[in-house]
Design a protein around this ligand. Sequence first.
Ligand code: HEM
Length: 416
Amino acid sequence: MKAIPQTSSLDSTLALLHEGYAFISNRCDELGTDIFQSRLMLRPVVCMRGEEAARLFYGADGVTRVGAMPWTVLRLLQDKDSVQQLDGEAHRRRKAMFIDIAMDGAAVAALLERFRQHWLVHFERRKEDCDLREAANLILTKASADWIGIPPSRRDDVKLARRLALMIDRTGRPGPAAWLALVSRRRLERWLVTIVTALRDGSLEVAEGCALRRISLDYRDADGQPMSEEAAAVELLNLLRPIAAISRWVAFVGLALARNPQWRERFGQGQDDDIEGFVEEVRRLYPFFPFVGARLARSQDWLGYSLPEGSWLLLDLYGTTHDPRLFPSPTNFSPERGLTWRDLDFRFIPQGGGRPESSHRCPGEKITVEILKETVKLLCGILPLRITPVNADVPLSIIPASPVPAIRVGPDRAGP
Ligand code: HEM
């Protein structure tokens, strides 16, 4: 067995906070390896990148997400009662529910229709510029809450959008900033518990087939039991939060269009064939999740390295989607690469790899890609908006990343 290369520093937490998305790849490049050992928050960790590492995370048994993230990150993102914290048959069953809800063609079309309507209402009569990410966050919040089936009388969309954004914004910031977001999240969970309870005691009625009903009333685990109210609230947040979070990639779509006016012109002329390649390249190039964590429930041999049971592993998603062996000239924006989430491979992994039904791969890729495609159509064709500035930096040290200065959109005074 080969020895796993080690970093020289005692603990790399400060380096991670400083280098952000580049942390794992910087060390892999320095050490000439796709795997190294280090310490984060004083805990031993094995960092990995590349196709074979993704295969271990998304294709092997005995790899769990339990105990794989600092608790603030876990509580802000998936949370302890969520599908991501389940393994084996319990995971497969709960995941099947997510796949039914989020990957069904008619359901995705219904969400897109709501997104388009809220976008048009938001921008049609607008006279001033606004921050694209903030606007998209509010629009997506309204669209997803409608789609999930939460009655408008029971929600305050502006407050909901702010609280959902806070959960994502604060994941990369340990300490008081994250604690504040956790308090805000607790309030959302309590609000959702009251809705689930009302549905169960018959004091609230919602449409047949909506996600709220399927999670709260229809779902049964292997023992025939429904989810607890708290778990149902967590899973409802597992739809609301990531759908609103697509707003971060909406801002990157704006940046990509501003930087590549030739594509904007093509889409403006109705040449829609390449829109999917364009948004898939946005998902590859622009940063979102830097890495995911896992723990080994049993020891594994991986490419000649022995990984003991209990090992804490990090898979570099950003480094893998920027690996020149997989994506030549990885910093170039090239929609011609023809990437697609439908390939279910272990190379193009911005939202995980492999098969979603039998791994922890994201069930929301279809929704993400369709929303981004619709964004391109709206920005370039249906209701053209001016995008400023024409370029922006994307600092990799800040997790989650955003363009600086922020991308703004406003009325296109020159007209289409
Ligand atoms: C899982 C990223 C959108 C729901 C994941 C994972 C990643 C990810 C990297 C894998 C986590 C792991 O391996 O442990 C993203 C990004 C999104 C996005 C960057 C863009 C905004 C969505 C959407 C939904 C969703 C729209 C809901 C429809 C979930 C759920 C899981 C998950 C429930 C857990 C799956 C499991 O553990 O089996 N996501 N996601 N995500 N995502 Fe997404």
